[in-house]
Design a binder for this molecule. Structure first.
Ligand code: TRP
Length: 361
């Protein structure tokens, strides 16, 4: 049994769309286990800074598991998509390199997985134009994730990129004919756009693209040190790259409650339970067992346990990260090689697209 089995499993979701996506993901996991060679994964992140423990247990470990199961894995560093958020779109080089470092440290092997950036693939732009012709403005406006981002953006006006980046994301996924996209539920509308574009393209020009499936990650919900969702922008996150001392300080300042006896009860005691879950994930144990061991030790003992568990679990990762960080040339080589491999794949797909469209001159 792995620690993930102890995570509060999102039991049958009342939302029928999510429930269906959950069932489909379980079926896909069974197929991946028996025949990993049939799958190609494309997933990725916006470069907004260093990854934290929420990312690590939510998505990063999942990517490494898929890679290690033998699935051909592509990771896009979405350095064009991040332009939708002007607050984090500066210091791009640093943020991109941080993402590469976090992936390498966590176990992404550039010999098996392809890590690349949007900006290195002009083919994505070339796919985007015909793709844009296949979706209506009304469809773009209806995208709930985009609507949400517009509501939360602190910008005076909404850019054209904001409405069209899901179409660019379809190009991210379809250029390499990925059939599996591990994502959280906020990305499901984008997957739907991708599938729609693939279907309409094939209907109009002939078969070129797969219909990629979302693979919903069984992400445990880790709270930040203030008791709300762990997120870099809220300043409540523990980064993978933080030192053991930073970790001790952050955990020490974490919110708990006044009850001395430590119990795992996510509904009634979210902060204490999230800390227990974090220790349990690091130790590959059941959070109830961690709670029993601490017993009447109170918040101080809980925090000592969590700090030790995180620091011990991350020590090898942090050592690798520090070593890679001293060798920026290597980081850039990894990216250059990933970009080259991704480009070769993109050129082949673009040739197929041109042939299908009758624009191969
Ligand atoms: N939209 C994703 C995010 O905001 C990042 C992303 C870009 C992505 N292209 C992708 C995710 C393709 C999955 C597949 O985190």
């Amino acid at each position: 049994m792995t620690a993930n089995d102890h995570a509060p499993t999102p039991c049958p979701d009342p939302d029928p769309v999510l429930a269906a996506a959950g069932r489909r993901s379980a079926e896909l996991e069974r197929r991946i286990a028996t025949d990993p060679g049939r799958f190609r994964v494309l997933t990725g992140d916006r470069p907004t800074g260093r990854l934290h423990l929420g990312h690590y247990f939510g998505t990063l470990q999942n990517r490494i598991r898929l890679q290690d199961q033998g699935v051909d894995t592509f990771v896009v560093i979405a350095d064009y998509q991040v332009l939708t958020d002007r607050d984090v779109a500066d210091r791009l080089t640093e943020h991109v390199e941080d993402l590469v470092l976090d992936h390498l440290a966590a176990g992404i092997d550039p010999g098996r997985s392809t890590v690349f950036t949007h900006s290195a693939l002009p083919e994505l732009g070339q796919l985007m134009l015909p793709f844009l012709s296949l979706v209506s403005v009304a469809e773009l406006r209806r995208n709930p994730t985009v609507k949400d981002e517009i509501t939360h953006s602190r910008q005076a006006s909404v850019s054209g990129l904001m409405f069209t980046y899901p179409v660019h994301q379809a190009a991210d996924i379809l250029f390499c004919k990925a059939n599996l996209v591990p994502v959280g539920q906020d990305q499901l509308p984008h997957l739907e756009v991708t599938r729609t574009i693939a279907r309409r393209f094939d209907d109009r020009y002939g078969p070129v693209f797969p219909r990629p499936d979302a693979l919903l990650s069984r992400a445990p919900l880790l709270l930040g040190t203030d008791g709300t969702k762990m997120s870099k922008s809220r300043g409540n996150a523990i980064a993978l790259a933080d030192s053991a001392d930073d970790t001790a300080r952050l955990v020490k300042g974490a919110r708990t409650d006044a009850e001395r006896r430590i119990t795992y009860d996510p509904a009634a005691r979210p902060e204490v339970s999230s800390l227990l879950l974090l220790a349990a994930l690091c130790q590959g144990r059941d959070p109830h067992a961690v709670a029993d061991e601490i017993g009447d030790g109170g918040a101080a003992a809980l925090k000592r346990t969590v700090t030790e568990a995180v620091n011990e679990h991350l020590a090898p990762l942090r050592a690798r990260r520090a070593a890679y960080a001293r060798d920026r040339a290597h980081v850039r080589d990894v990216l250059r090689a990933g970009n080259e491999r991704a480009r070769a794949v993109a050129e082949t797909t673009l040739d197929e697209v041109r042939t299908a469209m009758g624009t191969m001159y």
